[in-house]
Design a protein around this ligand. Structure first.
Ligand SMILES: Cc1ncc(COP(=O)(O)O)c(C=O)c1O
Length: 369
């Protein structure tokens, strides 16, 4: 069971999302006095050796957990996930190649496409729009123009609830670097990052508070930035200054470090992946056995983080949300353009939360079905 007081709910928010209880407790415990300094982590200089240690450890932990190859930088940047929708094209379209390829898979990929258009030629090579984003479109070799600077995908689609199980590999993308928006799944499963040129993720689902993002970039892709790129968005400049060109969110990086320590203590990414699969299965098993609930996405493309489903009517959906809330099952409302229910179960959600939701769903169906 959970170590926190009973007034904590099972929080299914899509983001910002729940963080691991032990991390929250540790933050509380050392908030006024970090590392015996008699000052808070948010009150000390980002140039202090204590904070420098935090950044170094955070980067080292990410490398250790993911097995990230040495030829990648790990950066912490401002502006959350969305800033990267501009940063990526600014940084990668300044060389000889001026074209960017995108796969449209729901809200956030559409925003990424729109934002990138200001910085170069943007081509959408596949889209799930006509299927209501209920599945991922196929990406085949013939679609990937080899004169493109990169191919952008959203590895987990937060609003619709799809995730790529197999990322486009070198057999499909050729030499075109793959860019992944992993905001809603970073560190949720074992991933071979050597398949990617750039991966970015806002911290607020699996790693910490909002407005900071973690970016990994293959070193040879640095130094191709467009002239207009502000220093604070320039990967090469940020890498040179170890993400401390100006004052970073010291608190956010500190929390990310604590979360990664927690992941390591829990058994690493293989164990986290196993738990995430068990949680999502717990909820989808109820949906699959029911004529009352309907899954939004096709089974082969289901996310391991966000389960999306509908009830037979708007009235029942409203009743479901109200009664769930009364049972401490919080923030289950679907994304505004998708509707229905969305249960986001990021790393910090315990299996008991998924089980509580599954029990509630069965009982709700029994009474209302
Ligand atoms: C997949 C994905 N990309 C990007 C974003 C945007 O992140 P932010 O709000 O940090 O800009 C989100 C936010 O939920 C997201 O889920």
């Amino acid at each position: 069971m959970r170590p926190l007081p009973n007034d904590r709910v099972y929080n299914f928010s899509a983001g910002p999302a729940m963080l691991p209880d032990p991390v929250m407790l540790q933050i509380r415990e050392e908030f006024l006095n970090f590392s015996g300094l008699g000052a808070s982590i948010i009150e000390i200089s980002h140039r202090s050796k204590e904070f420098d240690g935090v950044v170094e450890q955070a980067i080292a932990l990410f490398r250790e957990l993911t097995g990230l190859p040495e030829n990648y930088h790990v950066l912490f940047v401002h502006g959350g996930g969305r800033m990267q929708f501009s940063s990526v094209p600014m940084n990668l379209l300044g060389g000889a190649k001026k074209k960017a390829l995108y796969v449209e898979t729901d809200t956030f990929s559409s925003e990424a496409i729109n934002d990138a258009a200001a910085y170069g030629e943007v081509k959408v090579i596949a889209s799930g729009k006509k299927d209501g984003f209920s599945k991922l479109p196929a990406v085949t070799r013939d679609l990937v123009d080899q004169d493109a600077a990169y191919l952008h995908i959203t590895t987990n689609n937060t609003t619709s609830g799809t995730a790529w199980r197999n990322f486009p590999g070198a057999d499909v993308r050729g030499d075109v670097p793959l860019v992944g928006d992993s905001t809603s799944e970073i560190l949720s499963r074992v991933v071979d990052y050597s398949n990617f040129g750039v991966v970015f993720a806002g911290l607020q689902k699996n790693l910490g508070p909002s407005v900071t993002a973690l970016v990994i970039i293959r070193k040879d892709l640095c130094g191709k930035a467009q002239k207009i790129t502000p220093p604070l968005l320039n990967y090469a400049t940020l890498a040179e200054k170890n993400s401390m060109l100006n004052t970073p969110s010291t608190f956010n990086i500190y929390v990310a470090k604590l979360v990664m320590e927690w992941i390591k203590k829990e058994g690493g990414l293989a164990e986290i992946e196993r738990r995430n699969n068990a949680k999502i299965k717990t909820v989808y098993d109820v949906i699959d056995a029911s004529k009352f609930y309907t899954g939004v996405v096709q089974p082969a493309h289901r996310s391991h983080m966000n389960a999306t489903f509908r009830l037979p009517s708007e009235e029942l959906t409203a009743k479901f949300l109200k009664e769930a809330n009364q049972q401490s099952l919080y923030a289950l409302m679907g994304y505004r353009t998708i509707g229905g229910i969305r249960a986001s179960m990021y790393n910090a959600m315990p299996l008991s939360g998924a089980q509580a939701l599954a029990s509630f769903m069965k009982e709700f169906e029994r009474v209302n079905g």
